[in-house]
Ligand binder design. Structure first.
Ligand code: ADP
Length: 417
C-alpha cells in the first residue's frame, strides 16, 4: 500500500559526498505516482482505502479533516474505531448498518449513502456526507471509500422542498374552495345548468380535483425530504401487519369488481430453495410508512387493472422479508420499468391516458421504503400484470423479543415520569 501520508515514513538521507549532484530525470512511474498523490492530497473529497480485514490503509488530508484525526491515528486501525457515523436522529449507527461494514461483509451495499453525518473527533463537528464505496476486483478486494461534504447541497435541497411545501400548502386551500363551488354548481338540487355549461363545469371539476391531489402528493413527498416526518422503525410481526393494511383496501378492490388474495409463508423456489417458510416473520418497520407504501401500491394495482386479481404476499428467507403486491392488469413495458419511480413520471400510452394520476405515488413509495433501509423494484410485462416487490432486512425471533423488551421497558419508564 502506498502509505504516503504516513508521517512515520522517513525522508531518504542525503549522501555526504563532495561530488556535484547529477540530476537524473524521474522515471515515468515515479512521476505518475507523485501526480496521483498530488491529486489525492488536493481534492476536497475525503478518500480512504479499507483493506479486507477492515483496517484503514490510506487516508487523504480531506478524510483526516472530516474525521478530525491525524493520519497517524488512522492508519492500520480498524475503520469502526476511528470513523463515527451518525444517523439523522443523531444516534451512532451500528456496524451492521454501516455501509463500509456491509461492503466488507459482502452484503448487498448501497453504492451511495446520503443520510449519515460523520463526526470529527477533535471538535465534535458533524458533517453530512455522501459516502460512495467502490470495491476493487480480486479475491481480497479493498474498498475505496469517498466522503463528500454535502452540507451546502442539503441546505439548497431544503430551501427547494421548503418552497414547494409552502406553495402547495398555500394553493391547496383556494383549490379546495374552487372544487367545492364547482361541486355545488353541478349539484341539481343547488343549481340549474344547461347541458353545455354542465359539460364545461364537469371538466373544470375534474381538473380541480386533480390539482388538489397534486398539491397533496407534493406536500407528502416534501415532508420526508425536509425532515417534517422521520421514520420510527419498530420491531413488528410483518405478516399480520401487512394483512391488516391490505385487508383495509378490500372495499375498494371489490368496488372495481376485482378478486383479492392474501398469502404468506408460501413456498418460494427462488427465495428459499424450495423450503417451506414459517408464518411468523419479523422486521423493523415504521407502520405508518408501511401503510402509505402498501396503500399506494394497492391503489395502483386497482387503478391499472381493468379486470382480474390483486394479490398481496409476504415471504421471507433467512435474511430478508419480501412484500409482493401483484396484479393482473395492463403491465408496464420493460423500458419504462426503471423510470416509474421517478418524480412525475407517468407511462403515456393508450391504456394509461384515461387513468388519472400525478406520477408522484411511486416516488413517494420508494422514498419511504429507502428511509427504512429497504429496497423496491418492479417486475412486469406489458399486458401481463405487474409485481412490486418491497424488501426489508428480516430480524430473528430473539432480536424481535430483545428489541421489543427494550422498547416496552422504555415506554413503561417514560410513562412513570
Ligand atoms: P400515478 O399517480 O400516475 O399512478 P405513480 O407514481 O403511482 O403515479 O406511478 C407511475 C406510473 O407507473 C403510472 O403512471 C403508471 O403508468 C405506472 N404504474 C404504476 N403502478 C402500476 C401498475 N400496478 N400497473 C401498471 N402500471 C403501473
Amino acid at each position: 500500500m502506498m502509505g504516503f501520508f504516513n508521517k512515520k515514513t522517513e525522508e531518504p538521507k542525503k549522501e555526504e559526498t563532495q561530488e556535484e549532484p547529477v540530476e537524473t530525470p524521474p522515471s515515468v512511474d515515479v512521476a505518475k505516482q507523485s501526480l496521483n498523490e498530488l491529486v489525492l492530497q488536493s481534492i476536497h473529497e475525503g478518500v480512504i482505502i479499507v483493506g479486507p480485514e477492515g483496517n484503514i490503509h490510506l487516508a487523504n488530508p480531506a478524510a483526516c479533516l472530516l474525521m478530525g484525526r491525524s493520519d497517524d491515528e488512522i492508519l492500520d486501525v480498524y475503520y469502526d474505531s476511528v470513523i463515527t457515523l451518525l444517523d439523522k436522529t443523531g444516534n451512532r449507527i451500528s456496524e451492521a448498518r454501516n455501509p463500509i461494514g456491509q461492503a466488507l461483509k459482502n452484503q448487498d451495499f448501497k453504492e451511495e449513502t446520503r443520510d449519515l453525518d460523520i463526526v470529527a473527533a477533535d471538535s465534535n463537528r458533524n458533517t453530512p456526507v455522501s459516502i460512495i464505496i467502490t470495491k476493487s476486483a480480486g479475491d481480497k478486494p479493498v474498498l475505496i471509500v469517498t466522503f463528500r461534504d454535502i452540507a451546502q447541497e442539503l441546505r439548497e435541497e431544503h430551501e427547494r422542498t421548503d418552497f414547494i411545501s409552502t406553495a402547495s400548502h398555500e394553493m391547496r386551500t383556494p383549490v379546495a374552495s374552487i372544487e367545492g363551488y364547482l361541486g355545488l354548481a353541478l349539484n341539481p338540487s343547488t343549481a340549474t345548468l344547461d347541458d353545455r355549461a354542465r359539460q364545461y363545469l364537469e371538466k373544470a371539476h375534474e381538473n380541480s380535483k386533480h390539482l388538489g391531489r397534486l398539491f397533496q402528493d407534493l406536500l407528502d413527498t416534501t415532508k420526508l425530504d425536509d425532515g417534517q416526518i422521520v421514520p420510527h422503525p419498530e420491531p413488528v410481526e410483518i405478516v399480520d401487519l401487512v394483512k391488516r393494511i391490505a385487508d383495509a383496501q378490500i372495499p375498494k378492490i371489490k368496488e372495481k369488481g376485482l378478486g383479492y388474495q392474501f398469502g404468506s409463508g408460501a413456498v418460494d423456489q427462488q427465495l428459499s430453495g424450495g423450503k417451506h417458510i414459517e408464518q411468523v416473520i419479523y422486521a423493523n418497520v415504521d407502520s405508518d410508512f408501511l401503510t402509505e407504501i402498501l396503500n399506494n401500491l394497492i391503489e395502483n394495482a386497482i387503478k391499472y387493472t381493468p379486470a382480474g386479481w390483486v394479490t398481496v404476499n409476504v415471504r421471507a428467507d433467512n435474511y430478508n422479508v419480501q412484500i409482493v403486491v401483484q396484479d393482473t392488469g395492463i403491465g408496464i413495458a420493460r423500458e419504462e420499468l426503471n423510470h416509474v419511480f421517478q418524480k412525475f413520471y407517468r407511462v403515456d400510452n393508450r391504456d394509461t391516458r384515461e387513468i388519472g394520476g400525478t406520477g408522484l405515488g411511486l416516488y413517494l413509495v420508494k422514498q419511504r421504503v429507502e428511509a427504512m433501509n429497504g429496497r423496491i423494484w418492479a417486475e412486469s410485462q406489458l399486458g401481463n400484470g405487474t409485481r412490486f416487490i418491497v424488501l426489508f432486512p428480516r430480524i430473528s425471533q430473539e432480536q424481535y423479543d430483545q428489541q421489543r423488551f427494550l422498547i416496552d421497558n422504555q415506554e413503561a419508564q417514560s410513562g412513570m415520569h
